[in-house]
Design a protein around this ligand. Structure first.
Ligand code: ATP
Ligand code: MG
Length: 567
């Protein structure tokens, strides 16, 4: 491609709402333009990157026998009613009527559609397993679209679905897709980690996320210092503490604690470790058509993990409540404890199940109970894992310590089981001629998010640094002085030679100043720029390596070989 003809509208200005490097540089370097919140146009450079990612995905998926399909983007709302997900997805689902007044949605994911494709077409265990996938635009009316391609409303996803006759076969396929996803991310040149993920309220037995490690990641992941364990903080668990602080010795009693409302004040008042206090986090829990106040109790040294709380209550969402709302149902904010369950539903963190020597609110203004033993509640209370792990907590699998890092979720693989096939009555006949629901897996990968993830992991102050597998063009030939015929001739010759060798090459033949063109090349992030300049007459060109930020002199006659070697 000749740069003079290329449509690459680079600019100095980043969009005013852009905070992440990928958003800033993809916009400034002319890869994308914004249409509206969460809607982007992919310009020629972005389209090339996307195609490369898609090609790698296709190659690797094909190797494990998955077959590519393409399902209609517009999907009948009926299918979503059948699966019962229309409410669960809520406002993220963009709904509209056609001229005959039929209700449709823009597909945010395609479980329902894929089950519909397979049901009544695959009818025997003999035709299983089956793994079908597509790479397709998705639409989710995200509450907070942001960060450019990272969280769009319209975005590209590779979504795959597998159908099995047994859970063993699903397990095998799940492992095989996990391996394939690893290969894809490795080929893309990304540093990533596979972590255990939240399986959500729809359950399922296994769920893993692929996280590209980057400081700007929206997800926090807990990783073990010793073993392979890693988990999204939404799903991370821990072992019981081995070093327990010294316990406050006291008989059960009610104690006056005037105006002592926070955990810090309480721990200070009694001169104890917050480990021995009980924190109440009151929330309004939202279900399909009702909501209620639920009190979540965790140790004072812990925090409530909201996704775990949503799962524990099988809620759609949980939202904050005001002190007034609590007072209305007879609660005393600042002094709420778990011993009196009359006013609201309680969920108590499992770590408190047999806790002793605890201090908690007495449900009475200015009073706390001391010397509390939680085992008296074991028959009446609901215990669940609702606490967020802390850095320094002990790994659930070994004695290593957990620490946090940030990740970008680029993939999610999930053992669905029979949730959808049962809801949509999709069955096959097993070996004994008995009808059984398909056992399913689902495998997503964010293609457009991957474009952003590459840049989040690979950039510097000057712009993008594409990995070899993702670069829109591998080589940029820079003719420093376009008026110098010798330089032009050499540039054109190398351009032709590289094109003939099927190298993706750009020829910067613009009548701009060298400094300007170099800045532009760095912003776009070509892995290699060949500089044809003053040294040409002395028999040299230069290769600028974008990632290493190094220039190397190469003899004119060796330049082609050298480039081929670098690629
Ligand atoms: P997130 O927690 O980031 O919202 P999700 O759990 O909703 O993701 P899935 O439904 O599992 O995501 O979708 C599969 C993949 O699609 C994700 O791993 C992610 O890479 C990508 N993806 C999801 N939502 C978006 C979005 N709004 N913009 C771009 N990519 C997305
Ligand atoms: Mg989401």
């Amino acid at each position: 491609m000749r740069r003079s003809k290329a449509f690459i509208p680079t600019t100095k200005e980043a969009p005013s709402d852009a905070t992440l490097p990928s958003h800033i540089f993809l916009s400034r370097a002319g890869f994308i333009t914004q249409v509206a919140a969460g809607l982007y146009n992919y310009l020629p450079l972005a389209k090339r990157v996307i195609r490369k990612i898609e090609n790698i995905i296709n190659e690797e998926m094909t190797k494990i026998g998955a077959q590519e399909v393409e399902l209609s983007f517009v999907t009948p709302a009926d299918l979503w009613q059948e699966s019962g997900r229309i409410e669960k997805f809520g406002k993220e689902l963009l709904r509209f009527h056609d001229r005959k007044n039929n209700l449709f949605v823009l597909g945010p994911t395609h479980e329902e559609m894929m089950v519909d494709v397979v049901r009544n077409r695959v009818t025997s265990y003999k035709n299983l397993p089956l793994n079908l996938y597509q790479i397709k635009t998705k639409f989710r009316d995200e509450a907070r679209p942001r960060f450019g391609l990272m969280r769009g409303r319209e975005f590209i996803m590779k979504d795959g679905y597998s159908f099995h006759a047994s859970t063993e076969d699903l397990d095998r396929e799940f492992d095989s897709v996990e391996e394939t996803y690893k290969k894809i991310l490795t080929r893309l040149g990304l540093d990533f980690r596979i972590v255990e993920a939240d399986s959500g309220a729809i359950g399922g037995s296994g769920s893993k996320e692929l996280m590209v490690l980057a400081d700007s990641g929206e997800d926090t992941i807990a990783v073990c210092s010793k073993c392979e364990y890693g988990a999204n903080i939404e799903a991370a668990s821990r072992s019981r503490r081995s070093h327990i602080p010294e316990a406050p010795q006291a008989e059960f009693n009610k104690f006056q604690t005037p105006d002592i409302k926070t955990i810090d004040e309480l721990a200070e008042f009694f001169k104890i470790d917050a480990y021995y206090t009980i924190k109440c986090v009151a929330k309004r829990v939202v279900y399909e058509d009702t909501s209620e106040i639920v009190l979540f109790f965790v140790r004072g040294c812990d925090n409530l993990q909201e996704v775990k709380a949503v799962n524990a209550t099988e809620a759609l969402d949980i939202v904050d409540v005001t002190e007034e709302e609590l007072q209305e149902i007879g609660l005393v904010p600042g002094f709420i404890g778990p011993l009196d369950q009359a006013q609201a539903k309680h969920v108590i963190d499992s770590d408190l199940k047999d806790a002793k020597d605890m201090i908690c609110g007495a449900n009475e203004q200015d009073y706390h109970f001391i010397g509390v033993e939680l085992n008296i509640l074991s028959d009446v209370a609901y215990f669940a894992d609702i606490a967020e792990v802390n850095e320094g907590d002990i790994c659930p699998y070994c004695e290593g310590e957990l620490s946090f890092t940030k990740g970008i979720e680029v993939g999610h693989i999930f053992k669905l089981g029979t949730t959808y096939s049962k809801a949509l009555k999709a069955e096959f006949l097993d070996e004994n001629g008995k009808a059984q629901p398909f056992i399913m897996g689902t495998y997503g990968m964010g293609v457009s998010r991957l474009v952003a993830a590459v840049i989040e992991q690979h950039h510097d102050d000057n712009g993008c640094i594409w990995t070899k597998a993702t670069a829109p063009y591998m080589v940029n030939i820079m003719i420093s002085n376009i008026k110098d015929e010798v330089q032009v001739t050499a540039g054109e010759a190398l351009y032709k030679q590289l094109q003939d060798a099927n190298v993706e090459v750009m020829l910067d033949d613009r009548k701009e100043r060298f400094g300007f063109k170099m800045k532009d090349a760095e912003l776009i992030g070509f892995p290699y720029t060949v500089i044809i300049g003053k040294e040409l007459v002395n028999g040299h060109m230069q290769i600028f390596d974008r990632a290493a930020k190094e220039k190397q002199d190469i003899k004119n006659e060796e330049i082609f070989e050298k480039i081929m070697e670098l690629l």
